[in-house]
Ligand binder design. Structure first.
Ligand code: CA
Length: 232
C-alpha cells in the first residue's frame, strides 16, 4: 500500500500553533497529532513568524493574548507575506477582538474554552473555504488542462463539459499529482461533508470523470486508499 502523505488533504499537513498557555497548547497539539496533523507549536508571535518561513504551513492557529507582539500584529504580519489561512483564538465574549482579527485578515475565530473536536471542525471549515485561494489557476496533466477561473476543462484542446462536482473533484486530484487522496477527503473537500456510506458518491463521480475525459488511466484507483492522478 502506498504510504505517500496527503500533503494537501483535509487532514495532514502542518499546523502552526501559536499559544503561550501550556495546558491549551499541549491539549491541542496532542489532539491534532492524533488526528494526523503535524504540529509546530510556538509560544510567541516572534517565533511564529520565524517558523512560518521554515515549514509549509497549511493553517495557523493563533492566540490573541501573547507575550511580546500580540496575535493581531502576528495576523497582520503573516498576511503581509502569505495567504495561509488563520484561525484566531479569542477569549470569551470579546466581540471587538473578533472583529479586529477578521479585519486584519484572519479567516475565522474560535472562542475559548473550546473542545479539540470543535477546533478541528472549524479548521476544516476554514480550509474548505480558503482552499485554492493561492492555488494556481491552471492545472495541467498530460493533455488535460483545467482552468479554475474559467471553470473549463479541455482534453487535447477540446472542451469537456463537466458538472460542478466533477470539476471540483478533478481540480482536487490534479492539485495533488501522484498523491493518494482518500474517498473521505474527497467527500469532505468536494461535497463539504462526511457521511457514512457517502464515499460511493465519489466512486460514481470518478467513473463519470474517466468516461467524459476519455483518459481512464489518468485517475488511478489505489485499492483501500483512494484515488490519485498519475505523476506528470
Ligand atoms: Ca494567551
Amino acid at each position: 500500500m502506498s504510504a505517500e502523505p496527503v500533503v494537501n488533504g483535509s487532514q495532514g499537513g502542518t499546523v502552526l500553533l501559536v499559544e503561550d498557555e501550556h495546558s491549551i497548547g499541549s491539549m491541542t497539539r496532542g489532539y491534532l497529532e492524533r488526528s494526523g496533523w503535524r504540529v509546530v507549536w510556538v509560544r510567541s508571535g516572534e517565533e511564529a513568524l520565524a517558523e512560518l518561513g521554515r515549514h509549509q504551513v497549511r493553517i495557523v492557529i493563533l492566540d490573541i493574548r501573547l507575550p511580546g507582539i500580540d496575535g493581531f500584529d502576528v495576523a497582520r504580519l503573516v498576511r503581509a507575506r502569505s495567504d495561509v489561512p488563520i484561525l484566531m483564538l479569542t477569549a470569551r465574549d470579546e466581540e471587538p477582538d473578533r472583529v479586529a482579527g477578521l479585519e486584519l485578515g484572519a479567516d475565522d475565530y474560535l472562542t475559548k474554552p473550546f473542545s479539540p473536536r470543535e477546533l478541528v471542525a472549524r479548521m476544516k471549515a476554514v480550509l474548505r473555504r480558503t482552499d485554492g485561494r493561492s492555488a494556481e489557476d491552471v492545472l495541467a496533466l498530460d493533455d488535460v488542462v483545467l482552468n479554475r477561473q474559467a471553470r473549463e476543462v479541455a482534453v487535447d484542446g477540446r472542451t469537456v463539459e463537466l458538472t460542478t462536482k466533477e470539476f471540483d473533484l478533478l481540480a482536487t486530484l490534479l492539485a495533488n499529482p501522484g498523491i493518494v487522496v482518500s474517498r473521505d477527503q474527497l467527500l469532505d473537500r468536494v461535497w463539504g461533508m462526511t457521511y457514512p456510506g457517502g464515499t460511493r458518491t465519489v466512486d460514481v463521480h470518478v467513473a463519470q470523470l474517466r468516461r467524459k475525459l476519455g483518459r481512464p488511466e489518468l485517475i488511478r484507483t489505489v485499492r483501500g486508499a483512494g484515488y490519485k492522478t498519475i505523476r506528470p
